[in-house]
Every structure is written in structure tokens, then in C-alpha cells.
Design a protein around this ligand. Structure first.
Ligand SMILES: Cc1cc2nc3c(=O)[nH]c(=O)nc-3n(C[C@H](O)[C@H](O)[C@H](O)COP(=O)(O)OP(=O)(O)OC[C@H]3O[C@@H](n4cnc5c(N)ncnc54)[C@H](O)[C@@H]3O)c2cc1C
Length: 387
């Protein structure tokens, strides 16, 4: 991989920087984190601006509505948007970062034409209905069933921890189309469906997080009818499609946040200098260690994105290494922020304190650290499977 920037890439950076400089000062202020409809409008508005300026789906394939940009241009985009303090994907997270890419990789031409353009322009948002009360890490044990009735599936069951369910239009839903039996092991018999969230029989019950937001919800499905044409991949082949979704979720969905963490680290060092905590060598050592860790993670990101591009666009299991290290570095960053803030770390109105609470979820969401360690041990290091 060549990490030097070409003249063309530097031009791309300059144009993007100029555009950001023009549009960001006019953006409406960030809405109250608890006001989900306002957050949806805000995130959709930003996505529309990116779309109109030609920056939406930058690294998506051209035939999926993207710009077909190089991995380096994508990374420049992440660097520049973070450097300029542009809004993050927010409620567009699932659609843009893993449901959309899965449909781009696995969907039919008709499915791509139906679902991808509204994701790119911010008109439609997605959520992820994978986890169930008894199927989290052991996702293949899911029980929500879909029974075929003509050209529809009738779906019954429940999901949990469904992020952005309150404002989503569509759900990437895993269902069991074949019950587990002696002939059908649990990884078989699963299908990947696109379920409209306004279908009769869908009930959402928001869950409040430690940080006070109703970021995710329980979802109850009572004989929800989903057209068979909404199935991505073959019937009972959903586990394979799920692996594609998870590789996007773990491999590339969080990469922009690494740049955001590097920016926070710089602000933290500035705060430490201001309030005198910089004089403590332990704090300085922690900030230095984090700087090294986040720089290494950015290099790993560059490598992962470049590898994904070289192998047809779907990230490999290297994403588990990234997810594991990144989620711990994020917690360490905000724990250090608390030390820099001292007694102010108890004041939830102070910057970084809510981020500290929400950083705890990063080692659980998208597969816990223990599960990533299992993947690294078994699939990268080739160690024997644990019992
Ligand atoms: C902020 C956040 C957002 C989320 N958003 C979504 C979403 O939008 N959609 C969705 O479907 N899900 C979502 N999730 C759910 C998430 O994917 C699950 O919480 C996660 O997969 C863990 O499953 P679980 O909670 O059932 O824990 P469990 O699977 O019950 O695990 C409990 C503990 O046992 C450990 N453990 C389990 N199995 C093993 C094993 N084989 N080896 C070693 N240790 C093991 C785990 O690491 C964990 O520490 C979200 C979670 C969070 C925190």
C-alpha cells in the first residue's frame, strides 16, 4: 500500500476543505440528543448536503450510486470532515455504513435501485434487527420466525438493542425461515430481510441508556407481513449475508471515529495544559500512550480500507482487530478525560462526561471484545476453538 498522496488526491482534499469551509458555518446547531425526530432531521439534512455536493457514498461502487472514490480519497474525506468538525453520520449509521453496503454487495439490481438512492440522499434511515433476548453473542440462536405465505413472509418474534429504531424507515432483519433440527444446524435456516418499520404488527419500546438517551429499543413483531422480494440473498442463506454485514460493521463503520478520537485527544492535552494537570507525569504518559495507540489505529484503518478495496470492497476479518483495539482505546481516552477534568468529571453538563458513559458500550456493540478475541484467536491466529 502506498501512503503518499498524489497531486490528484491533494486537489481532492483542497476542494473538500474549501466546500466544508463554506457550508459548515451555516449549519443549524446540533439538536438535543434526547430529541430523536430533531436528530433525524439534522442528520438527514447533512446527508442531503453531502449528496448534492457529490460526497455521499464516496467509496461506494458507481453502479450502487456511489462515486467509486479510491480508498485514499475516502480516508482523506474522513480526515477532513473530522478536522473541520462536520456532523457525524448519526441516525444514518446503519443505512450508510452496513445495511447499504450489504445491499450493494449482495442485493439484486432491483433491490439496489430501490434502497440505495434514498440512503445516499438521506431520505430513508435504517436500523439493525439482529440481537434477541437469547441471541446476542450467539447470534445464530435467533428465534424470530418467518413463515412463508404466498409471496410474503409472516414474521413473529422480538428483537432487542435496536439502535435508532424510533426513527428508522427500514430494518435489516434476521429471521429463522427453517427451524433448528437435527438436519438444520442453527447457522442454516436464517434469512436476511428488509422490513418496513411502519408495517402493521411492529411495536417499538424505547430503552434508556446510562447516558440518558433512548438510543436503542426493544422491537416486538406480531405477524408482520414482509414481501419475499425484500429478502437479500437466498432463503436460508442469511448467515452468509450476515457475515458481510458484520464485516462492514466491524471493519469500516467505526473508522471515522478514530479521527474524532484523535481530535478529542488534542483538546484534552490543551485542557490539561490550561488546568495544570499537564504537570502530572502520569497524565502526560497516558496522553502520550493514547497518541501512539490512536496513530497505530489510523494506520490499521488505512491498511484495512485498502485491503477491502483490493479484495472487492468487503472488509476482511482484520476488522475484528480494529474493533477490539479501537473500543478499548476509546474507553481509555474518556477515562483519561475524567482524570484531566478532576472533580468536574462528575458534572454531566461538562464536555466528555456523557461520552465517557457511552464509551462503555463500545466493547459490547457490534460484537463484544470477548467475541472479537475469539475471532482473532481462531480465524487469524489459527488457535483451536474454545469449548
Ligand atoms: C450501544 C449498543 C448498540 C447496539 N445496537 C444494536 C443494534 O442496532 N441492533 C442489534 O441487533 N443489536 C445491537 N446491539 C446488541 C449487541 O450486538 C449485543 O449486545 C452483543 O452482541 C452482545 O450480546 P448480549 O448483549 O446478548 O450479551 P451475551 O451474548 O449474553 O454476552 C454476555 C457476556 O458473555 C460473553 N460471552 C458470550 N459468549 C461468549 C463466548 N463464546 N466466548 C467468550 N465470551 C462470551 C460476552 O462477551 C459478554 O461479556 C447493541 C449493543 C449496544 C451496547
Amino acid at each position: 500500500m502506498d501512503l503518499t498522496y498524489t497531486e490528484e488526491e491533494e486537489e481532492f482534499r483542497a476542494r473538500l476543505r474549501e466546500w466544508l469551509g463554506k457550508v459548515l458555518p451555516g449549519l443549524p446547531p446540533k439538536p438535543d440528543p434526547a430529541d430523536w425526530p430533531a436528530r433525524r432531521r439534522h442528520d438527514a439534512g447533512w446527508q442531503r448536503m453531502l449528496y448534492d455536493a457529490g460526497y455521499a457514498g464516496l467509496h461506494w461502487p458507481v453502479d450502487a450510486g456511489g462515486r467509486g472514490a479510491t480508498p485514499t480519497q475516502h480516508l482523506i474525506y474522513l480526515e477532513e470532515t473530522e478536522r473541520a468538525g462536520a456532523p457525524y453520520v448519526g441516525a444514518n449509521f446503519v443505512g450508510l455504513l452496513h445495511a447499504g453496503p450489504t445491499i450493494a454487495a449482495e442485493g439484486t439490481a432491483e433491490q439496489r435501485a430501490r434502497w440505495l438512492p434514498p440512503v445516499l440522499c438521506g431520505d430513508e434511515m435504517w436500523c439493525q434487527g439482529f440481537s434477541e433476548p437469547d441471541a446476542g453473542s450467539d447470534l445464530a440462536s435467533l428465534r424470530t420466525k418467518a413463515v412463508r405465505d404466498g409471496d410474503e413472509y409472516v414474521v413473529t418474534g422480538s428483537k432487542i438493542w435496536t439502535s435508532h429504531a424510533e426513527v428508522a424507515d427500514w430494518c435489516e432483519l434476521l429471521v429463522r425461515t427453517e427451524p433448528i433440527s437435527a438436519e438444520v444446524p442453527k447457522h442454516r435456516g436464517i434469512s436476511w430481510l428488509a422490513m418496513p418499520m411502519d408495517a402493521p404488527g411492529v411495536t417499538i419500546r424505547p430503552l434508556r441508556t446510562l447516558a440518558g438517551s433512548t438510543e436503542f429499543a426493544e422491537m416486538f413483531l406480531d405477524e408482520v407481513r414482509v414481501p419475499v422480494g425484500n429478502r437479500v440473498g437466498d432463503e436460508n442463506d442469511g448467515w452468509r449475508v450476515t457475515m458481510v454485514t458484520l464485516s462492514f460493521e466491524r471493519g469500516t463503520a467505526f473508522v471515522g471515529e478514530v479521527v474524532a478520537c484523535r481530535r478529542t485527544l488534542g483538546q484534552l492535552a490543551a485542557e490539561a495544559r490550561k488546568n495544570g494537570r499537564w504537570d502530572d507525569p502520569v497524565i502526560r504518559r497516558k496522553l502520550g500512550r493514547l497518541n501512539a495507540e490512536l496513530s497505530a489505529l489510523w494506520r490499521l484503518t488505512q491498511w484495512n480500507v485498502s485491503e477491502a478495496q483490493a479484495s472487492g470492497g468487503v472488509p476482511g476479518i482484520g476488522g475484528s482487530v480494529f474493533k477490539l483495539r479501537y473500543s478499548h482505546a476509546r474507553q481509555e481516552l474518556y477515562d483519561t478525560a475524567a482524570e484531566v477534568l478532576g472533580p468536574d468529571s462528575l458534572d454531566l453538563a461538562r464536555e466528555w462526561n456523557l461520552d465517557r458513559l457511552s464509551s462503555l458500550s463500545y466493547t459490547i456493540a457490534a460484537g463484544t471484545s470477548q467475541i472479537q478475541q475469539n475471532i482473532v484467536a481462531e480465524r487469524i491466529l489459527g488457535l483451536p476453538k474454545g469449548r
